[in-house]
Design a protein around this ligand. Structure first.
Ligand code: C2E
Ligand code: MG
Ligand code: MG
Ligand code: MG
Length: 284
């Protein structure tokens, strides 16, 4: 054991396990830096569908990384590391560039949705970086939706509002992701001009056997109807969930029932299979 004085004068005890964990984090960090600089993080795309017609209306971009040594690393692991170690900016730009390039080949009524991390919402360069990348790739900002979580709204409201306003001025829509699980505060819905709200998977996965979840979903739908906010239900895995959500008035859904996230090539193949009028020349 080593003992070390931390800034607040408390004595921290580092065990061997903690050292092991710290070494592992640093190893992941270094491998991730390398992958970002060589462009090895890839966007996958998961369809978002109209629950009534079951047609695809857009795709959510989800980052995927496979390291030669570490194998596949979940974004639930590497995104927080990227945030803490200052890699989220370049990682995000890489994924956005590849996603926008891929989505240019899709029918242009489909939107592309993209996740932003909380730390990106306090960086006043974020808006400029996103807009510059869209310009560079020739992707119409009106087709982009940016997903932010409730934890991203906990920080300085004024600076977050500035970024949101800048994006919206250029036609980018803002979605509130994972709604209902974080530090939910309904006042956020009054403070920020959201275009869309995504009901967290936790409510959807429990809705068929759990009355309270149903009531919460119906309340969210009714509230969003009044506020003029579109709603997407996340994590739909069963047909009955989709039917129940539609009956409650939910317009859109996403989940393994409709499709898992797949890479750009498979996404384009899926779209070509569905809509035979996409020219083959639109290859990426
Ligand atoms: P999220 O934005 O809420 O994305 C939805 C997550 O739920 C994805 O996990 C997706 O694969 C998973 N999912 C979708 N449908 C189902 C379903 O029916 N059942 C189940 N069990 N899971 C489903 P994934 O890809 O592991 O991403 C985890 C989180 O990592 C995302 O949550 C998002 O917060 C973050 N993330 C992923 N890519 C990026 C990125 O490029 N930038 C940032 N900042 N965050 C990202
Ligand atoms: Mg999301
Ligand atoms: Mg989500
Ligand atoms: Mg989530």
């Amino acid at each position: 054991y080593h003992a070390k004085r931390s800034g607040r004068g408390q004595v921290m005890v580092y065990t061997r396990e903690m050292e092991e964990a710290a070494r592992r984090l640093t190893h992941i960090e270094q491998a991730l830096r390398r992958a970002v600089s060589t462009g090895e993080v890839e966007p996958h795309f998961q369809p978002i569908v109209d629950l009534r017609t079951r047609r695809i209306i857009g795709f959510e971009t989800l980052a995927r990384w496979t390291d030669p040594d570490l194998g596949h690393v979940s974004p639930a692991i590497f995104i927080p590391i990227a945030e803490e170690r200052g890699i989220i900016g370049p990682l995000s730009q890489l994924v956005l560039r590849k996603a926008a390039e891929a989505a240019r080949a899709w029918p242009d009524d489909l939107f592309l949705s993209f996740n932003l991390s909380p730390s990106q919402l306090v960086d006043q360069n974020t808006g400029h970086h996103i807009l510059a990348m869209l310009e560079r790739t020739g992707f119409n900002p009106r087709r982009l939706e940016v997903e932010i979580t409730e934890s991203g709204l906990m920080s300085d409201s004024a600076s977050v509002a500035k970024i949101i306003d800048e994006l919206r001025r250029h036609g980018i829509r803002i979605a509130l992701d994972d709604f209902g699980t974080g530090q939910s505060s309904l006042s956020r819905l009054r403070e920020f001009p959201f275009d869309k709200l995504k009901i967290d998977r936790a409510f959807v996965s429990s809705m068929l056997k759990d009355r309270p979840s149903q009531h919460i979903i119906r309340a969210i739908l009714s509230m969003c109807d009044g506020l003029g906010i579109h709603v997407v239900a996340e994590g739909i895995e069963e047909e009955e969930q989709a039917e129940c959500l539609l009956e409650f008035g939910c317009q859109a859904g996403q989940g393994f029932l409709f499709g898992k996230p797949v890479d750009a090539t498979s996404t384009l193949a899926l779209l070509r299979g569905l809509m035979r009028n996409i020219p083959q020349s639109a290859a990426i």
